[in-house]
Design a protein around this ligand. Structure first.
Ligand code: MRU
Length: 341
């Protein structure tokens, strides 16, 4: 079992970021070249690139783009700082975005612009390579938790398309298939932007992994019928008391607990923010039009308000295990072993 899906990478010839434009999936797999911070900001806001680890890589490449595009040594520090702040503001909930940006900024600290430019690119490329290795390890660590034969329910997209490649939650499924486990996947469509039906279903089908798409509201009913063996999702941020992930994740965790089904979270160390608590985190709210229209037609009467949170928080007591690149954590969670925070 291998995957040829590469979501984001640096193009050395053009000094540009290359990414799969995820707004075009599943109709077409189109690769876009991004040469400026302004265009990258737009790509992140439009969800051309999305998913916490991929956002971390995009943020890191964004700082590299900024450093390379600022020709003036006198304005270098100020320009890069402003671009970094702009990039960070695009999506507030996925902690990896700020983490990736800060990591590249730190590597440039106190260096002359000429050296800083080179180091920014190298650090961002290293971060992307580490993400790939981390996903492989998460996959291996998590695959042992899955049954020999079974069905995994997942929500949103925590796959190759949300990372540099392979994926976190879907990386576990890929690794389990590599170990000859007969795992099939139920992918929740993930209203309103359909990352589950458009992206998860696309990438699993592309790799020949059996996947069935359901509407979000069907998950509890499938659990009740005994058709789901476990839930595996990714995360946008893990605080000391909760897992933030795509809206709807909390609902699956509550249903899984009710039906005695394991609920697993897969995430790299860069997703942990254990100095913070659930109450400290800003949950991104997105525009009304994502909910109030479907295929260009209104689905909510004009004048009726819409609440459109992009993420929710699942308390840690509903999480059966958290799978990271360094191992599997079980309740009661002690995050001190992760070391970097
Ligand atoms: O709004 P999105 O598509 O960026 O949301 C992504 C998710 O919620 C993913 O599950 C999460 O980032 C984990 S990706 C490994």
């Amino acid at each position: 079992m291998n995957s040829d899906i590469k979501t984001i990478w640096w193009n050395d010839e053009n000094n540009a970021v290359m990414l799969i434009d995820q707004t075009k999936l599943p109709v077409a797999c189109v690769i876009t070249e991004v040469r400026t911070v302004k265009r990258l900001v737009e790509a992140i806001r439009r969800l051309e690139i999305r998913g916490a680890p991929a956002l971390g890589i995009a943020g890191a490449f964004g700082v590299a783009l900024s450093a390379l595009s600022c020709a003036s040594d006198a304005e270098f520090a100020e320009t890069v700082a402003m671009d970094a702040a702009l990039l960070k503001s695009t999506r507030p909930t996925a902690v990896n975005l700020a983490w990736g940006i800060d990591r590249v900024l730190r590597s440039m600290e106190n260096l002359p612009p000429m050296t800083a430019r080179l180091l920014a690119v190298t650090t961002a490329k290293n971060l992307s390579a580490e993400d790939e290795k981390g996903c492989m390890l998460i996959g291996r660590n998590g695959a042992s938790l899955l049954p020999q034969i079974g069905t995994v329910l997942t929500h949103c997209n925590a796959g190759a398309l949300a990372c540099s490649t392979w994926g976190t939650a879907l990386g576990i499924i890929r690794s389990a298939r590599k170990m000859e486990k007969k795992i099939s996947v139920v992918s929740c469509e993930t209203r309103p932007l359909l990352q589950g039906s458009r992206l998860t279903a696309w990438e699993l089908h592309h790799d020949g992994i059996p996947v069935t798409s359901i509407i979000d509201a069907e998950a509890a009913w499938l659990m009740r019928q005994g058709k789901i063996d476990c839930v595996v999702v990714g995360a946008d941020r893990i605080t000391k008391d909760a897992v933030f992930n795509k809206i709807g994740t909390y609902m699956h965790a509550v249903c899984a607990r009710h039906h005695n089904i394991p609920f697993y979270v897969a995430a790299p160390a860069s997703t942990f923010d254990i100095g913070a608590a659930e109450a400290d985190i800003v949950v991104e709210e997105r525009s009304r039009c994502e909910v109030a229209a479907f295929w260009g037609k209104p689905t909510v009467p004009e004048g009726v308000p819409v609440i459109n949170y992009a993420f929710d928080a699942t308390p840690l007591d509903l999480v059966s295990a958290i799978i990271t690149e360094t191992g599997v954590l079980y309740p009661p969670y002690d995050f001190s072993c992760l070391g970097h925070m």
